[in-house]
Design a protein around this ligand. Sequence first.
Ligand SMILES: Cc1ncc(COP(=O)(O)O)c(C=O)c1O
Length: 386
Amino acid sequence: MSAAVARFRAALMQQLGPGVSVSLFWKGRVALHAILRALGVGPGDEVVLPGFTCVVVPNAVLYTGARPVYADIDAATYTLDVAGVERCLSPRTRVILAQNTFGHPPDLDPLLALARARGIHVVEDCAHGFGARYRGRPAGTTADAAFFSGQWSKPICTGLGGIAVTRDPALAARLQELETTALAPGRAERRMLHALWWARHFLLTPERYVRAQALYRALGRCGLVVGSSRAEELLAPVEPRGFHKRLSPEQAARGVDELAALPKRLRHRTRVATWWRTALRARGFAIADPPAWATHGWLRLPIEVTDKAALLDRAAAHRLELGDWFGSPLHPVTHSLSSWGYPAGSCPVAEAACRRIVNLPTHERIDEAYVERAVMTLKPQPSRRE
Ligand SMILES: Cc1ncc(COP(=O)(O)O)c(C=O)c1O
């Protein structure tokens, strides 16, 4: 194991608290797949997850041979609705995948109560959630296992990256074995990721965000850069060759620096979220504060608007950063969701949110003047819920 990987692992363990074991993978989806494999999930099993996620999440479930079952979300927090989850459970359910959405943790205690009574595992999807807390505990440390993403837009950015964590020693041993036997990233993709890192560092401003993101997604899908997702992952749930890869030393070295910078960044995100909320409330948006049990990580600030498409166009025209996710229950896939086992209409709250939701940035390059300019320029209109 490289020294950088060992340092990152140790820093993560220190950050997440005593008893937490860490395994490191190339992407968050690979970490999730490893957790499901380590739990023995396979054909005939069911995994309950929100119908308001990224398609790579059900992909990881389907690669194991298990069936994804989609539960609806809570309209206020965009995380799993507990009553909806209960309706999805069957004797074949092996895992509930509880997603942190935009930094908002899911309400884990009622989900754990449902799961414990039936011998089901709860895994936290903390791709958005590093630094958030549930009832005072760091996100990712309450359920049976969790994974984080180190992808570009996430709270700690290792370019791409996946972190699997658990407090269960037997599960930790199986995950460690899966990390050890994973493919090592090739020299060319490591170099490219390194180059992309510096390109992002020097060139990406909120003004360039929309075009840069479109270019990166297009090049990534063609395989011309190391992208977040390859075209094949968005076409069908078939495991791509070379999927099961571990984290590279360069990613780990970035991760150590990112962890050190995290407390300052979290404070900044919280401040920016307050500016957005104040400005948006003044425009008539009813923005609820998070419940007392949730310490929000404020990766993004979601709002629902009357005309999402027009607002996204206006943001692009004015070079303002505005996220479009999740634009479908299995973002970014909008057609043939049945290929991923999603029955149209099965998560009505999530589907309505997809039509109206946009999300606002809170990262280091956003300041109060940017927030004011964006709200003045975009003039977003709050949507009344259907
Ligand atoms: C909610 C959620 N879970 C999991 C993932 C997968 O993470 P990664 O891109 O690191 O594979 C994403 C992707 O961004 C996501 O939005």
